[in-house]
Structures are given as structure tokens and as C-alpha cells.
Write a new protein. Structure first.
Length: 109
């Protein structure tokens, strides 16, 4: 088991990132076509890509200017995580709006 974990840790994670990008873009396209998903939820999922871009940029800045990993540079790490918080908040807000709309439609019937 330990040997398998050691081998797995040697795999370059950028391959997984590149491999996950196309399915996520297809998901975003499908989400844009889906009329039942609130626009806040759609925006939140799109902002997740912005979070990824900001995190990559922040990691490069942390490495070049601070000679450290992103997790060790609190201001950069917090700034990047703020985009994830924003995207998650929009996703939840959109889901709550949609639930409230369905709840008010059901109460009027």
C-alpha cells in the first residue's frame, strides 16, 4: 500500500488538471443551456475557473518573489481563497433563490 502511494505521489498533477478542464468546460456549456439553473449558480460555477486562474498566478508570485509555496504566503493565499468563497457563495445563493421560487410557486397552488 505504501509503495502504491509513493508511486502516486510521483505523478505530475498538471495532467489531471488538463484532463479535467474539458469536462468542466462542457459542464459549464450545459449549465448555460439549462434554463432551470439560476443565473447566480451559473456565475458561481464560472467564477470557479477564475479562482483556478488566480490561484495559479498567486502560486507563481509566491514562488518567484517570496521563494515559498502559496500556502506560506498568507496574503496571496487568502486572496486566492476569497475567489473560491465568492464562487461558492454565488452557487449557494442561486440554489436558494431557485428553491424559494419553487416553494412560492407550490404555495400558491
Amino acid at each position: 500500500m505504501i509503495n502504491w502511494i509513493t508511486q502516486l505521489s510521483a505523478v505530475d498533477p498538471s495532467l489531471f488538471f488538463a484532463g479535467s478542464l474539458l469536462p468542466y468546460l462542457l459542464f459549464l456549456h450545459w449549465l448555460g443551456q439549462c434554463k432551470s439553473v439560476h443565473r447566480f449558480t451559473q456565475l458561481g460555477f464560472r467564477l470557479t475557473l477564475l479562482f483556478v486562474a488566480v490561484t495559479i498566478a498567486a502560486a507563481i508570485i509566491a514562488l518567484r518573489y517570496f521563494d515559498s509555496e502559496l500556502v506560506a504566503v498568507d496574503r496571496l493565499h487568502g486572496g486566492a481563497e476569497a475567489f473560491l468563497t465568492l464562487s461558492n457563495a454565488l452557487i449557494v445563493a442561486g440554489l436558494m433563490q431557485r428553491l424559494n421560487q419553487h416553494g412560492s410557486q407550490g404555495a400558491g397552488e
